[in-house]
Design a protein around this ligand. Structure first.
Ligand SMILES: Nc1ncnc2c1ncn2[C@@H]1O[C@H](COP(=O)(O)OP(=O)(O)OP(=O)(O)O)[C@@H](O)[C@H]1O
Ligand SMILES: [Mg+2]
Length: 466
């Protein structure tokens, strides 16, 4: 351990030099200053662990110095104990200084033993405080992993699982609706692991045409087929010593599933056009928004591959099932956007937050992110107000109040008109969400004319005043 750093400030040269020699012999790293000014200057750039200062000095005296040190230390987050050396005549000032946060005072003339013990005590208190600060930071960090934000029980379970797989090369399967953060979790798994120095390679299985799959994943040798004019490295080889993220794994054709299974089981890949297999060390993280178990039952996904990928399953619940994460996520986005745009927006009005917490988020965190980004960009005041939210969010309260429409017929009778209106409203909103507010497309989705849509939106006061 590096020696602890002591700053000694005294305008009397003999005392200053004595203290320097004394504490160096005790094993501390010591710097000395002949005035309060010089002391502050050294403090600022050296950040000692403890300050010993004379109380009475010309210029900046011990008390002023104490205040300044406390102020800076508070900013750093870890306290720096200050010991005062005082003549008999200034003991009452020293007592005042204790009230202002001095650790202790030592009256002159002092005994070396007393000095040694007091400094030791002050430093062990400081170590304790530093440990606490570190623990708090770690505790805070437990709820925030990588770029992931959110304290809900569901997210904490996600963090626990991520931590569990982080130090291993266990394959995992992340399941969640679109926009729930599957890729972010995959990155957290990678960047938290020993593989973080290696590459993170993401493959969107839904975006590769079936006939190109094999060469994309495994690569080919020059001359393997017409057009193979040079070697091409596949994604598996590119992810060597790192993580291969197979996104939308449910879209992988069955023919490829066999080959991927083999590569995982044998840790070797068959490069197209190569007779020898190449060993690879890859951890696979797969993600899907489909129900893979169902896909297995229906014969669209190989069961053996499913089990090989699904050693650990991480479920990301939809945002509407963990609404307690909404404030933290919203604030996270607000701070980022406010900084990016140089805007002085620093929060949300209570009504705005209530609306944000109420909305259904079919697009999950991605949709929340878009909503808050737009709101912050639009906002002119210091707080985001409801009028900066998209109309679908502003209009959500009544839907939430209606909740799911019950189909069950009740003996006391139902209000058919009200129920039908609620259903209609829900469909209108969903169509607008799905088309990001494009009314022409929304009308098509609903199988009605544009005019009819406009009429209905107006009836529900959902036309945004156009
Ligand atoms: N817990 C979270 N904390 C902070 N940001 C999040 C969180 N979850 C998701 N996001 C953000 O939301 C957006 C969508 O996340 P991501 O791309 O990981 O979702 P996905 O599940 O992979 O979506 P898709 O299925 O559509 O590919 C990203 O911009 C991501 O940064
Ligand atoms: Mg994704």
């Amino acid at each position: 351990m590096a020696s602890e750093r002591l700053l000694v400030i005294d305008d009397v040269a003999s005392l200053r030099e004595f203290l320097g020699i004394f504490f160096r012999r005790e094993g501390y790293d010591v710097k000395t200053a002949a005035s309060g000014e010089e002391g502050l200057e050294i403090f600022e750039r050296w950040r000692p662990d403890l300050v010993i200062t004379d109380l009475q000095m010309p210029g900046i005296n011990g008390l002023e110095l104490l205040r300044k040190v406390k102020e800076w230390a508070a900013k750093d987050g870890v306290d720096v104990p200050v010991l005062l050396i005082t003549a008999h005549s200034t003991i009452s000032t020293a007592v005042d200084a204790m009230r202002e946060g001095a650790f202790d005072y030592i009256p002159k003339p002092f005994l070396n033993e007393e000095l040694r013990i007091t400094v030791g005590k002050a430093l062990s208190m400081r170590r304790l405080a530093a440990d606490n600060a570190r623990m708090r930071a770690e505790l805070g960090e437990r709820y925030q992993l990588g770029q992931l934000v959110g304290n809900s029980a569901a997210m904490q379970q996600v963090y626990t699982l991520v931590r569990r797989v982080m130090g291993t090369r266990i394959n995992c399967l992340i399941i969640g609706e679109s926009g729930t953060g599957k890729e972010l979790v995959a990155r957290a798994v990678h960047y938290g692991s020993e593989r973080s120095a290696g590459p993170f390679i993401a493959v969107n299985c839904g975006a590769i045409p079936e006939n190109l799959f094999e060469s994309e994943l495994f690569g080919y040798r020059k001359g393997a087929f017409t057009g193979a004019t040079r070697d091409k490295q596949g994604m598996f080889a590119a992810a060597h010593n790192g993580t291969l993220f197979l996104d939308e794994i449910g879209e992988m054709p069955l023919s490829m599933q066999v080959k991927v299974l083999r590569a995982l089981a044998e840790r070797k890949i068959a490069v197209v056009g190569d007779t020898n297999e190449t060993p690879v060390d890859v951890r696979v993280v797969a993600a899907t928004n489909r129900n893979l178990e169902q896909e297995v039952k229906e014969g669209r996904f190989r069961e053996d591959l499913y089990w090989r990928l699904n050693v650990v399953q991480i479920d990301l619940p939809p945002l509407r099932d963990r609404r307690e994460d909404i404030p933290a996520l919203s604030m996270h986005v607000l701070e980022r956007i406010a900084k990016e745009y140089g805007k002085k927006v620093h929060g949300f009005t209570p009504e705005t937050m209530a609306l944000l917490k109420n909305y259904r988020y079919p697009g999950n965190v991605r949709e929340l992110q878009n909503i808050v980004e737009r709101a912050v960009a639009l906002e002119s005041g210091p707080l985001v107000t409801p009028s900066s939210l998209p109309e679908r969010v502003q209009g959500e309260v009544s839907v939430a109040a209606h909740g799911e429409v019950e189909e069950e017929f009740q003996v006391e009778g139902i209000d058919l008109e009200a129920r039908l209106r609620a259903v209609e409203r829900r469909y209108l909103e969903q169509a607008l969400v799905a088309t990001e507010g494009n009314k022409t497309q929304a009308a098509k989705l609903l199988g009605i004319t544009f005019r009819s849509l406009r009429y209905r939106l107006k009836a529900f006061d959902m036309d945004g005043g156009e």
